[in-house]
Ligand binder design. Structure first.
Ligand SMILES: O=C(O)c1ccccc1NCC(=O)[C@H](O)[C@H](O)COP(=O)(O)O
Length: 906
């Protein structure tokens, strides 16, 4: 249907509509109706369920256009979850399947009466006929749910089709209408339905103002909002007066609009986001429930949300899914589905919640905080002089290298934030103990811990910084500590160091160029590479000119707290001539999901700073691993007692083993690029063979990155409880364990072939190795020769005549107590047991994964060119490569990087 995303990004949503009107493909519009009964019955979990559902529906319907989704269930969340899971497995869902699923789960998909085109002034009749075409094309009509089959009704009332619904009609509705006539007609229909005992109790009706020429970069469009309620239908005055006075941002009824009886004029909303700015060409729609449930307390948010929703409808722009109210527990489950959906459709951008400042009044909070901080500094200087603070800073142990720490935690470093409150969110965790939170973050593998030390709005203190920092020994193997504050005076930099910081945040927006340079110099003089924060292309240019080595792009506009997750990509791409390769770009704010992380990684970020969603996460350590794509998000890790198989593959990205590494430098390069395992070959005769000394140097470098949690290190055999345990389920559990383990740090794998077990064990101890790989013709039960806590990978060689059934039988025919942790499939070839660069028929591997349910490590002839395709086809939990990342028999840095990226994104 639609043009490609690039086209839309260039032209913006409004232009896209113009094309549609010109007879070409039309953009699609989705309106969401959220039933208040559901939102009221639960908390944000319900809302998340709904959002997730919408994402799924969007994905399924996106290419078809002209659909409107109404949620009708009162217990949305579990159903939405179920549906999402289905969608996750069935990404090629047809529109019909989607409708069936919706119907099955008591959600209704309505054919759409398209909203007006404010830009072109299209008349409803024209629009309807186009919509009809779209629906025919998409097959979205008459879906036997609560959608009306009475098109004549829609022709008179715009968005009214759903009103003749039976059964699960929402009790609160939102209508985007085109004209005052439609408004009157819609009200009549609502009244009529109310008189007949219909279920709609309250409706919000939006009429865009006529198009006016843009006088600035921002469009001058407004949407006028009216409210109807069934109570009002019989007693227009009482109810509506109350609603009106409660919420109206503006009381004047727009000229030229007669407010029909039974309706309250609620106000006019500017269309906050100009589609012509073309930010990713996806305009927000969502969360109309705020209007209905949080009318007073969250009025500002509600208005913003409505404005965006109306904007999407009125402008016929495509969709950006707007997610609100992050709740980690639910989000953890839906995020990978969203990942998939987004990857599938490449149509959505997901934004964080957009929040206006208190009272609905936007103010430059950044300026207010800065002024206060300057007053605070003056007071502090009276208490502790600058000289004394310098002395205290100098007495600290040296800082660790912040930039190096971020580099060491690739493919994505997480900077986890200790944050009690924020001006936009209010209290988040007021009673949080910074030291305990820091411990959790470190357990999850945080590269850095950001501690908010601003006391008034964020309820942070320098003591928090010290408490968090003091949890860790001064051995360098710890997260770097960032003082997150509004730094304007060198005094604060010394203060940061004195309280244990390794780095400071410098916000370009509140500093002159001279201040920025001077504060950067002070930081560096104390051994701290600052994190320089920018939010616009202009600020980015200033940061680059100042020589910032670590730049954070804030998606939150600190002037009004709105979050636009596209900011990072926009700002990065604004840099003339590109950024230096050594510059580390980080995404800050609004990061909730793995999806966010993937998007930022794709945009070129090497780190993300995550605050609220980690503060609210039930287990921040797990959440960090999830964000990094290193932990199965859909299934909880199996307990030792559990024999339930977890999926052998997850949407989180395949683990990558780079084999045949011979130096610490190459190992660290592979790890920086995202390798989860490095393979050191001890097999006799291999050109890649390393000595124990070489291996020890590599292992030492890797071990410096982090400790492995002892509870996770024992292999599967030490967990087997009964002789009749299902070996395939054990392979799945072991794969999951390996994934978790590698989340802590990459694993060092020793590769052996037909060697004496005692000698192998000696080497494993001496290096030490994390994992033993047996690539010879040893039996499937060869792990029995090793201590039961060792993790063992067993290679199985595939000949052209081997079948999947042969392999399945072979790897099943082992006692659970001696089975290996993982099966690696490699190519059988004459004279070599591995590292040949020769591929086998990967259809066999795909069959083993899909039909036999065997989690696999895939090896043999993988290359930068075929890895994406192979991973997508086979879905192994890990891949292993050697020759494919070599040039002329030596490891090739670029190939390693390309290979890992392609594998992880497949
Ligand atoms: O890599 C070797 O030289 C080697 C020698 C003897 C036994 C095993 C060996 N490597 C095992 C591996 O894990 C390789 O990574 C795997 O065979 C894939 O190699 P390639 O086809 O070259 O990518």
């Amino acid at each position: 249907m639609s043009r490609n995303d690039d086209d839309e990004a260039r032209t913006g949503g409004r232009a896209a509509l113009g094309d549609g009107d010109g007879g070409g493909p039309s953009p699609w519009v989705v309106a969401l109706h959220v039933q208040v009964a559901a939102a009221g019955a639960g908390d944000s979990a319900v809302s998340w369920g709904a959002d997730a559902l919408f994402a799924a529906v969007f994905a399924a319907c996106a290419p078809r256009g002209g659909v409107k989704v109404t949620t009708c269930a009162t217990s949305q969340c579990p159903l939405a979850m179920q549906l999402l899971r289905q969608l996750g497995m069935e990404l090629n869902l047809s529109a019909q399947q989607c409708r069936d699923a919706l119907h099955l789960h008591n959600f209704a998909l309505e054919s759409d009466a398209r909203g007006p085109d404010a830009a072109t002034g299209d008349q409803p009749a024209q629009k309807r006929s186009k919509t009809g075409d779209q629906e025919q094309h998409s097959g979205t009509t008459n879906n036997n749910n609560n959608c009306s089959s009475d098109n004549s009704n829609s022709s008179s009332s715009g968005g009214m089709q759903g009103l003749s619904a039976q059964g699960n009609t929402p009790r609160h509705r939102f209508f985007a209408l085109a004209t005052p006539d439609q408004l009157a007609s819609t009200v009549r229909s609502l009244d009529k339905e109310a008189a007949e005992g219909g279920a709609v109790q309250r409706a919000l009706l939006g009429i865009p103002s006529p198009a006016t020429p843009a006088t600035s970069a921002q469009e001058q469009q407004h949407v006028h909002l009216f409210e109807w309620s069934s109570k009002g239908a019989t007693d227009p005055k009482g109810t509506h007066t109350a609603l009106h006075t409660e919420t109206a941002p503006s009381a004047a009824v727009p000229a030229g609009i007669d407010v029909p009886p039974g309706l309250a004029f609620v106000g006019s909303l500017p269309l906050g986001h100009a589609p012509s700015t073309g930010v990713d060409a996806r305009v927000a729609v969502s969360n109309l429930r705020h209007v209905l449930t949080a009318r007073n307390t969250k009025a500002a948010t509600a208005w913003n949300t409505i404005a965006r929703a109306l904007e999407a409808l009125a402008c016929g722009a495509p969709i950006r899914l707007h997610l609100a109210a992050p709740t980690a527990a639910v989000l953890g489950h839906v995020e990978t589905q969203l990942d998939k959906l987004v990857a599938y459709t490449r149509r959505f951008s997901v934004t964080g919640k957009t929040t206006a400042s208190t009272g609905g009044k936007k103010q430059d909070i950044l300026a207010v905080i800065s002024q206060q901080r300057l007053r605070d500094v003056a007071t502090s200087k009276e208490e502790v002089s600058l000289e004394e603070m310098k002395r205290r800073a100098a007495s600290q142990p040296p800082p660790i290298d912040f930039a190096a720490r971020l580099r060491a935690c690739q493919p994505m470093a997480v900077m986890a934030e200790v944050k009690r409150a924020s001006p936009s969110r209010g209290d988040i965790a007021p009673d949080m103990k910074a030291d305990e939170q820091a411990r959790r973050y470190a357990r999850g593998g945080a590269a850095a811990i950001s501690v908010l030390t601003e006391p008034t709005w964020f309820k942070g203190t320098l003591d928090d910084l010290r408490a968090a920092r003091n949890v860790f020994h001064d051995d360098g193997d710890r997260p770097a500590f960032l003082r997150k504050d509004f730094l304007l005076d060198e005094y604060q930099v010394y203060e940061a160091r004195a309280y244990g910081a390794d780095t400071c945040l410098l916000i370009v927006a509140i500093l002159s160029d001279a201040q920025l340079s001077s504060l950067m110099a002070t930081c560096r003089s104390l051994g701290m590479e600052p994190l320089v924060e920018v939010a616009t292309p202009g600020e980015m240019a200033r940061a680059v000119a100042a020589g910032a080595a670590v730049i954070g792009i804030n998606n939150r506009n600190l002037k009004d707290f709105s979050v636009d997750t596209n900011t990072t990509a926009t700002v990065i791409s604004s840099v003339q001539g590109g950024l230096r390769a050594s510059t580390i770009v980080c995404a800050l704010s609004g990061i909730n999901t793995r999806l966010d992380v993937q998007r930022y990684r794709a945009a070129g970020c090497k780190a993300v700073l995550v605050g609220e969603s980690l503060m609210r996460a039930p287990d921040p350590a797990v959440k960090i691993a999830q964000l990094r794509g290193l932990e199965p998000a859909l299934a909880p890790p199996p307990t030792p007692a559990s024999t339930t198989a977890v999926p052998s593959t997850t949407p989180l990205g395949v683990l990558v083993k780079i084999c045949g590494v011979k130096t610490p430098a190459m190992a660290m390069h592979a790890i920086t690029c995202g390798a989860d395992m490095v393979g050191l070959v001890f097999a006799e005769g291999s050109t890649r063979k390393v000595t124990v000394e070489q291996a020890s140097a590599i292992a030492a470098a890797v071990r410096k990155l982090a400790d492995l949690p002892p509870a996770l290190t024992p292999g599967i055999r030490s967990r087997v409880r009964a002789a009749d345990e299902d070996v395939f389920a054990n392979y799945a559990r072991a794969a999951s364990r390996l994934r978790m383990l590698a989340a802590y740090r990459p694993l060092v794998v020793g590769v052996f072939a037909n060697q004496d077990a005692a000698a192998v064990a000696d080497i494993a101890r001496a290096v030490p190795l994390d994992v033993i790989q047996l690539s010879g013709t040893e039996g499937i039960d060869a792990a029995r020769a090793f201590d039961s806590t060792s993790i063992v990978i067993k290679a199985t060689h595939i000949a052209p005549t081997t079948t999947a059934a042969d392999v399945a039988q072979h790897v099943r025919a082992v006692e659970p107590g001696v089975q290996p942790d993982a099966i690696l499939l490699d190519t059988k070839s004459k004279g070599a047991l591995g590292g040949t660069g020769i591929a086998f028929d990967h259809a066999l591997a795909a069959s083993l994964v899909r039909e036999h349910g065997l989690p696999l490590m895939l090896a043999g002839g993988l290359t930068v060119d075929n890895i994406g395709e192979k991973v997508a086809a086979v879905r192994p939990f890990a891949v292993d490569v050697s020759s494919g990342v070599e040039t002329d028999g030596r490891k090739d840095r670029d190939k390693i990087e390309t290979f890992i990226r392609a594998a992880k994104l497949a």
